[in-house]
Design a protein around this ligand. Structure first.
Ligand code: C2O
Ligand code: CU
Ligand code: CU
Length: 555
């Protein structure tokens, strides 16, 4: 039997695309804790009257991404059954998407059909929905099955997204192309005269690696999996050209989503212009913020203002990822030579171009960025039940294992400290590192892949290992949006902090927070409306797949 994680995804896709039966046995099944789903919802609820009703089918396809051979990808095919025709938008020329546009208060039904040869389920990242519609890994459906989601849009205006969420296979499924945007608007946003339609531009940033047949290559070893996937080429909205064509004379809202499996970007305009940010994950800000550069961790979204009113046609603006010293496994020390093939041609933290904005035409629009956007009312810390003794969750890379408070994923298990009460407000302290190394011997997960085996240079529980294994963890909590109270960087490498400290927007409503090695952050959240089992996890998708995910239960 093959090693569960030792599969070259590119090869698998090639085989499946060459007409292999859809019922082929997927080697992953043998080792994962998937079980027959108990909550499949094949029935439409009689009483539910959707404003928007759509079909979303995950299926295998081919896309022209590079010149020459088409690339085997996985896509969401969508059809609008009911609702305004602008509800469903394709990402033009892209295998990614679609974009679903909804309004707060609307009721949406999504008939998700799985036409893939593997189990999957769709999760609505950032959305406040009942348990059975959140896309919990236990709700995976098999080939040919349908899962019905029916919920009311309760979130604020913001940029949300959706992607698969089966345990152990989220990384490869997103990598193969399954990701779309869910854009929510509300009354408060509509009053603002922000750019709409063609002036509201999605920018999904992902890194990919192709083989010489233009096929996607995913990870092929435990070492790379611990590090997280790093591609050697940036795609923007699924396109390799990295070019966005806009009009001089106009103003734009650019909705940036870091849809990469593990890469962090330090985004900055090449000419040194500040980044004007006016929205984060689940909300617009009270007022726009200007930053020299912006740190965008996996799964994070921001609204970036772009004013082209005094720019000429023909101008090209370049957005770069600027360098920052990420040591440890993702760069530096473990670089070339030391670990052949582990390091991407685009090392994590190196400087490279992310996209360019080309002014191919000119025009005008009337949209403005107001100095005051929304009435931002964060949760009041004094209303938290545990302000002075926050729940602590430590995200650790231990001895070949990725843990949260020493535990790894179990489909339905919750520890006592993971049970919270409906109707309460709590502070959680999310900690990257803290020396709580797992004492588990790794269960053989890493053996057989050379370097990381026992007795090697990485074999110790402390010392070298402790430092080298520290990696960023973009921590995501399902079901809610939180406010960030504080970041504590006492445990961080000062050089790293210095290089990134001006790149965070902590105001607003967030569902994901990038925790750099040694960083701690306090976040405040409220559990409301829905009881049930939800997950929180590291959104480095390889870490998530390797078990850096846990349930929390609202009772
Ligand atoms: Cu974007 Cu649990 O996921
Ligand atoms: Cu999520
Ligand atoms: Cu992580």
């Amino acid at each position: 039997m093959k090693k569960p994680f030792g599969i070259n995804r590119g090869k698998f896709l090639a085989a499946a695309g060459a007409g292999a039966a859809v019922t082929m046995i997927w080697p992953f099944f043998s080792s994962c804790d998937s079980r027959p789903s108990t909550t499949v919802k094949p029935e439409l609820s009689e009483g539910f009257k959707p404003d928007v009703d759509l079909e979303l089918t995950a299926t295998q396809s081919k896309a022209s991404i590079l010149t020459g051979n088409k690339t085997e990808v996985w896509v969401f095919v969508s059809t609008l059954l009911k609702g305004d025709k602008n509800t469903l938008q394709k990402l033009e020329g892209s295998y990614l998407g679609p974009i679903i546009k909804v309004r707060k208060g609307q009721k949406i039904r999504i008939r998700f059909k799985n036409n893939l040869p593997v189990e999957t389920i769709v999760h609505w990242h950032g959305m406040h929905v009942p348990e059975q519609y959140d896309g919990h890994p236990q709700d995976v459906i098999g080939n040919g099955e349908t899962y019905i989601y029916e919920y009311e849009i309760m979130n604020r205006a913001g940029t949300y997204w959706f992607h698969p969420h089966p345990h152990g296979r989220t990384g490869p499924q997103v990598y193969n192309g399954l990701a779309g945007l869910l854009l929510v608007t509300d009354e408060e946003e509509e009053k603002l005269n922000l750019p709409k339609g063609a002036f509201d531009v999605p920018v999904v940033i992902q890194d990919r690696t192709f083989d010489n047949q233009n096929q996607l290559i995913y990870l092929d070893g435990q070492m790379k999996r611990m590090q997280g996937f790093l591609g050697d080429q940036i795609l923007i909205n699924g396109s390799a050209s990295q070019e966005i064509s806009l009009k001089a004379g106009c103003t734009y809202r650019m909705r940036l989503l870091n849809g990469s499996n593990s890469r962090i970007y330090k985004l900055g305009w090449d000419d040194g212009s500040p980044m004007t940010i006016f929205g984060v994950d689940g909300s617009l800000l009270g007022s726009p913020k200007e930053l020299p550069y912006l740190m965008l961790g996996p799964a994070k979204r921001v609204d970036l203002w772009l004013d082209l009113r005094d720019k000429d046609e023909g101008t090209v603006l370049t957005m770069k990822s600027l360098s920052f010293p990420l040591d440890g496994m993702s760069g530096g020390m473990m670089g070339d030579g030391m670990m052949d093939g582990v390091v991407s041609k685009l090392p994590h933290g190196s400087e490279f171009e992310v996209f360019s904005v080309k002014l191919v035409d000119s025009g005008s629009n009337s949209a403005e960025l107001p100095a005051r956007l929304v009435n931002y009312q964060p949760l009041d810390p004094s209303t938290a039940t545990n302000l002075n003794s926050p729940r602590q969750f430590a995200f650790n890379m231990g001895h070949m294992e990725l843990t949260i408070n020493g535990r790894t994923w179990e489909t339905t298990e919750v520890a006592d400290e993971e049970i919270v009460k409906l109707g309460t407000t709590e502070v959680w302290e999310l900690i990257n590192g803290d020396g709580m190394m797992s004492n588990d011997d790794g269960g053989g997960m890493m053996d057989g892949h050379g370097m990381m085996g026992d007795g090697g240079m990485m074999g110790g529980d402390s010392g070298m290992m402790g430092n080298m294994m520290q990696m960023p963890h973009p921590v995501h909590i399902h079901q809610l949006q939180f406010n960030i109270l504080e970041r504590n960087v006492d445990g961080m490498d000062p050089g790293l902090w210095d290089a990134i400290k001006e790149g965070f927007v902590d105001e607003g409503w967030h569902d994901t927070i990038l925790l750099m090695p040694g960083m701690k952050a306090k976040v405040i959240m409220q559990f409301k409306d829905f009881k049930g089992l939800f997950v929180y996890h590291c959104h480095n998708l390889e870490h998530e797949d390797m078990g850096m995910m846990r349930n929390f239960k609202i009772v």
